[in-house]
Design a protein around this ligand. Sequence first.
Ligand code: GUN
Ligand code: ZN
Length: 649
Amino acid sequence: MFELKERDGLARMCELTTKHGRVTTPALLPVVNPNQLTIAPKDMKEALGVEILITNAYIIWKDQKLRERVKESTVHELLGFDGPIMTDSGTFQNHVYGDVQVDHREIVQFQNEIGSDIGTILDVFSEPEFTENEASHAVDVTLERARDSIEHKGDMLLAGPVQGGVYTHLRGACAESLSKMNLDLHPIGGVVPLLQDYRFAEVVDIVMASRMHLNPSRPVHLFGAGHPMVFPLAVLMGCDMFDSSSYAKYAREGRLMYPEGTRFLNDLHDLACGCAACSRTTADELRGMDRNDRTRIIAEHNLRVSLRELKKIKNAIHEGSIWEMVEMRARAHPALLEALKVLSKHAKFMERAEPVSRKAAFFYCGPESYDRPAVMRYRERFFSRYRRPNSKVLVGFDDADKPYSRHYANEIRAISKEVDASFLVASFFGPVPTELDEMYPIAQSVIPRSVDPEVLRRIRDVMERHAHDHGYPLAVMWEGEETLEFLRDVAPGKSPADPDLLRCRAVLDMQFGKGAGDVLDGKEVEFVKSRKTGKIRNVIIAGRHAFSMRAHDGLFTLKMDGARMLMQALPPTKMRVVIEDEPAEFAAKGANVFSKFVIDCDPDIRPGDYAMVVNTKGELAATGRALMNLEEMMAFDRGVAVRVRQTDS
Ligand code: GUN
Ligand code: ZN
């Protein structure tokens, strides 16, 4: 019922299947108040392209007239909307008015009776100011009600919200318990007061604590997040659904939403928007209109702007630029910037979903860019996986145009003739040996010449760590001709190593794990190179085509022969995805591997990794690109886990 289609880290595009059709996430669910239709649901669908909406079952249940009407038909007929409808349960009304008197089982049963596609349990709203005891009690009651509610859900999907106030351990425990129940999606609840007060940093900790313990195959809904300025950050953290009543509420107050914030109509010189609502009018005209017409137009604007922001987010996921989008949007409000900084605490968890490379280049957007998982991963893999060449001297170069080996080609040639040296650049990402300079994200990054001082300091710390660790008998910074004169005296010799072989070995270690490069040892290795760029294309080991190097990210694709060699060099399960025997036979004929057939996989496999598909006996069936990490492969029962690329047949 929920299938992963495309992703950029935790940000993902999925397809959610409901009784009333499919929805592409990330999705915005406009809140429709059955008593007050600011925009008719039918128009939302036909004119604005809204796929799914949310209404409140408690409001219907409580109102004698509405209840009578809906009892004879469905919530779809009541609202005049034939797409999927999610219903909420009255929790929020209890938060606002505190007088909700309905049995938690009855309200779930009612949602099912009126034909809701996605119902919500009657959770307990955990307020930000709750003490730990109060929040813990809210979690306990929420979990108890969730358990009671499942038998009443019928053919409706059921949402079990994560509560726990601002206590991240309670959020985590609640998420973990809910994940074990027969629920279908997980809103994160109790955050509306935080969102209203721009306390986004706390929302980040709450969402991440929840997300970390939720079943990754279920949609995550951020309850009450209806402002487009929070969408990119929320999607980056793995949120799939949002609901907005703000579009209408703000409209009634004469406030227009923009991705960069909210503006009062009275303060605007120009609407500065090309949406269908704004292109029919002007700020002055709008100010002169009667209240209802004005509200209707601003509500449409607010909804259109929100929907467009989600479309831009989908583009960003598709091209691999969600981090850039979030960092740019974070400039809209200092509270967003602070939230982004708090997110860096969670880099380790986010790295597990981080793709091995992207279509889009890595753009430096500010000092926060240094905290992206891609930067952390390069650094960690360099220190844990990279093995230095056996030369006597390390020559360090200043950062320069990429690829470094081309920029410094003359220097490298001159030094290599007379000195047994390796070469390394102090880059934004940390130490980059020239062997690694074509690999993502090094060559695919655009970093300004002068980065912010705090980043410079952090780079310097990393280089210092390298200075202690590198193990070369001698290391010098290149200062020009005089450096060569010095080296000629103290370390005469000649580099015996072939740069192509060094590159191949270093990339294999970085990509597949330390030791992968050993497949080259003692073998005759040939390189087929691009005639145009001179870059390595194919690697032939002992007469067999083992790997190809992709031009766009400098990483290897795995041929079957290469996979067999790697299986010798790496211990069992490393870079393997173990699947059931029968699907393995299909994979061997070229069929993709569905997540439901996966038995086990290397916990170090990341989205985009080239992996070996093996059967229960460990026999190689195919190679292909993993689209998921271990947790996801085990959790999803739909969708492709490995896109098969190579087989023997
Ligand atoms: N709407 C906004 N916040 C919440 C929440 O915490 N629970 C429910 N059920 N609905 C909400
Ligand atoms: Zn507009």
